[in-house]
Design a protein around this ligand. Structure first.
Ligand code: B1M
Length: 212
């Protein structure tokens, strides 16, 4: 669809204002928010990611594209998070220590809110101790950790360890995700649930809260 391709293209160019306008236009034309997200915004970010890997673009361009991504996400956020249901559970979410990537984490948060979960967002660079402290403070059923770097995903193991040391391991479900994370990694560190994308993360979190 031409409009979604245009969104992807403007996002790659970091033109936040155009992205915002086109996302609104796509919504007005009745295009599904999830299609706008996947085929427009995420498509553009994926292309930027490839170029970043191949040294065709650098950190500043990636940051400008990320800003355009946020501009688009802000328009669809109210629709994706719209829910008439009372909170079905509490989730503490964050990007692990040493890691500053937050686009995927924010998407997971958005999808979870859309499923009727209350989400306490700890932001980026979150230490294991902070995750546990917040889970205790808010009496959360779920701790959700995001990591985008192979060097920071190992922090997830520390979250599991600190939860055990704090005596709350049996009371919380620990969810992990992010590009380098896999199901076998999840199992190897003793976490509970791995999901590959934001929508599945929200679905699994809702399921875990309902069966708790
Ligand atoms: Co960075 N970066 N980055 N970066 N960056 C990657 C991750 C990288 C793969 C790029 C590359 O080389 N191809 C690479 C990591 C290599 C590796 O470890 N294997 C990399 C690197 C190396 C770095 C720096 C070290 C670069 C440098 O400084 N030399 C540096 C590290 C900074 C730090 O964190 N300490 C760095 C910095 C940055 C920016 C600041 C410029 C920017 C982040 C801006 C921001 O987030 N606000 C940035 C970006 C944007 C990227 C890429 C291009 C895009 C990431 C993204 O947002 N994708 C990325 C390349 C790529 O991924 N192709 C790259 C879109 C987002 C929706 O996807 O976050 O994967 P993602 O989320 C997905 C799933 O993973 C999942 O749901 C989402 C989809 O539905 N998911 C979960 C995520 N969390 C989940 C949690 C769950 C479940 C699912 O349950 C709890």
């Amino acid at each position: 669809m031409a409009l979604l391709e245009e969104i992807s293209k403007y996002l790659q160019q970091g033109r936040a204002k155009n992205v915002k306008e086109l996302v609104q236009k796509a919504l007005d034309e009745g295009i599904e928010p999830t299609d706008i997200l996947n085929e427009g915004l995420l498509d553009g970010m994926g292309i930027i990611g490839e170029k970043f890997k191949n040294n065709e673009v650098y950190v500043p361009e990636v940051l400008i594209a990320a800003r355009a991504m946020y501009a688009g996400m802000e328009i669809i956020r109210p629709i994706l998070t719209e829910t008439g249901v009372k909170s079905i559970g509490k989730v503490v979410i964050g990007t692990v220590k040493g890691d500053l990537h937050d686009i995927g984490k924010n998407l997971v948060k958005m999808m979870m809110e859309g499923r009727g979960l209350e989400v306490i967002d700890l932001g980026i660079d979150v230490s294991p101790e902070r995750f546990i402290e917040a889970a205790k403070e808010h009496d959360a059923q779920i701790i959700a950790c995001s990591a985008l770097l192979t060097t920071t995903m190992t922090e997830m193991k520390n979250v599991v360890e600190v939860a055990r040391e704090a005596g709350i391991r049996d009371q919380v479900t620990i969810m992990v995700g992010g590009a380098p994370v896999t199901d076998s990694f999840c199992k190897s560190i003793g976490a509970d649930i791995y999901t590959a994308d934001a929508a599945s993360a929200a679905e699994e979190a809702a399921r875990a809260c309902k069966s708790a």
